[in-house]
Design a protein around this ligand. Structure first.
Ligand SMILES: [Zn+2]
Length: 455
């Protein structure tokens, strides 16, 4: 375990500091952390008494990465769905395996997902949790988040039992148990793990239920997320027409939403989460909307979505964003050629400051400025993968992996140091995950359990 600085004091010294703040910019220098907060960023800072010194020479020092949409509960069945379309994913993961997850399974799988995220330098996650099979499942998911040390928005969703009735059609509003979770489990909006509502939105439930769900969430003082833009209905336009589109909404995917809908969303102050990794891997979700959101003045944020078809490593998501942008620009030059190019600097913003804005945490995290929480990562620029790392931002986008992440701090607490996640969580969860695999018998690439449908 690491030495803990007196009063939570750490001086991170001599790194290439990418503050992601428009005024502070980048510098070779130091970051001072005291009591869980960043208190100073500068050159040759004097270490206060009792501070632990962390040598950041040959490292990029940047805000912890922010993933604005990840279904953490299904981490255990990671990588099984590479090559599936959305229908196959739905039939296999949501309809078959989700129903078989016990509350204990949710705890261990969720912990695996959260620790893997931290290992990859992802310090904040909007957890899209559609495994509310019972209150015990909900409690287990929240407990794993709280014990992992990650900063999270826990997005209370719906059960993975009779899932079709929840996901498609106007049968249910969001489960009543969200009220218990709000008042008893996650009442504190300043805690490391806070509550939001994972709503299904008008494209899944129709507008009446979507309206009622939003009323419930807003009545509880919660921000909401919605998967949207699958091509089934103009969901953003419907929200706008109904006067429901607002800045408390995080709209996920949007690949088949029209340009006008994206414009409506940005104009209303709503945010967007793009998942270029899964959108490219899982046909049916449309073309990643990164450059289209930029073109209407928005700040796209990034998400890995699900490890069933993607990686816990958000750097690979950023690479997918760049790759898909260049591909569609070349393949469809008449349309995409006229849109703004997605730059490496914008991509790093999308995974830091813009991600913080997108999940309503812009005043807390997303950039290295005094007063913000000390969510900080150090990425080695001198290992075989990154050396000589002559342009830190481009090196991060092009080549960084979870293995490049040397140090991770969340809220002033070290959770990874010298390339190793601290604590015994991974060792403890291994036998439980293997036991779950024995029960589920997932076979990577074996395909869906039923006739998939297309979205
Ligand atoms: Zn998703």
């Amino acid at each position: 375990m690491s030495a803990t600085g007196e009063g939570g004091r750490y001086l991170i010294r001599g790194g290439t500091v990418l503050t992601m703040d428009p005024k502070l910019g980048s510098l070779v220098g130091d970051v001072l952390v005291e009591g869980g907060k960043i208190t100073e960023v500068g050159v040759d800072l004097r270490p206060p008494e009792g501070a632990v010194l962390i040598d950041a020479t040959n490292c990029a020092v940047l805000p912890g990465l922010i993933d604005t949409h990840r279904h953490l509960w299904s981490a255990a069945v990671r990588q099984t769905g590479v090559g599936w379309d959305y229908g196959a994913y739905h039939m296999t993961v949501q309809r078959r395996w989700g129903e078989q997850f016990t509350a204990d399974d949710v705890y261990w799988s969720q912990l695996l997902g959260a620790l893997s995220a931290l290992n990859a330098g992802v310090t904040t996650i909007c957890d899209e949790s559609h495994i509310q099979n019972s209150p015990a499942h909900t409690d287990a998911a929240v407990k794993a988040l709280q014990e992992s040390g990650v900063r999270a928005r826990f997005g209370y969703g719906f059960p993975s039992v009779n899932v079709a009735s929840w996901m498609f059609g106007p049968t249910h509003t969001i489960p009543e148990d969200i009220r218990r979770v709000r008042t008893e489990l996650l009442p504190d909006d300043d805690a490391l793990v806070t509550l939001q509502a994972m709503l299904r939105g008008p494209e899944m439930t129709g507008l009446d239920v979507a309206t009622k769900d939003l009323e419930i969430a807003r009545d509880l003082g919660l921000r909401s997320t919605m998967h949207i833009g699958f091509g089934m209905a103009p969901g953003i336009e419907q929200l706008s027409d109904a006067g429901l589109l607002d800045s408390d909404l995080l709209l996920i995917h949007g690949g088949k939403s029209t340009d006008e809908e994206l414009r409506m969303g940005v104009a209303a102050g709503a945010s967007f989460s793009i998942s270029p990794g899964t959108e490219a891997f899982m046909p049916g979700l449309g073309i990643p909307a990164t450059s289209r959101v930029l073109s209407v003045g928005g700040e796209p944020s990034m998400s890995a979505d699900t490890e069933v078809a993607s990686s816990a490593d958000l750097f690979s998501t950023l690479r997918a964003a760049m790759a898909t942008d260049i591909t569609v620009r070349n393949a469809l030059p008449e349309y995409y050629g006229a849109l703004p190019e997605v730059t490496p600097d914008q991509l790093l913003l999308s995974a830091t400051l813009w991600g913080a804005h997108a999940c309503g945490l812009g005043d807390k995290v997303g950039s290295l400025v005094p007063g913000k929480a000390a969510d900080i990562i150090m990425v080695r620029l001198d290992d075989l993968t990154m050396f000589p790392g002559s342009d830190a931002v481009r090196s991060l986008i092009a080549a960084a992996t979870a293995g490049s992440v040397d140090t991770v701090m969340v809220d002033g607490n070290l959770v990874k140091q010298d390339g190793k996640v601290l604590g015994t969580g991974f060792e403890r969860l291994k036998p439980r995950i293997l036991e779950l695999m024995d029960r589920l018998q997932p076979r990577p690439g074996s395909g869906p359990v039923d006739t998939p449908f297309s979205v």
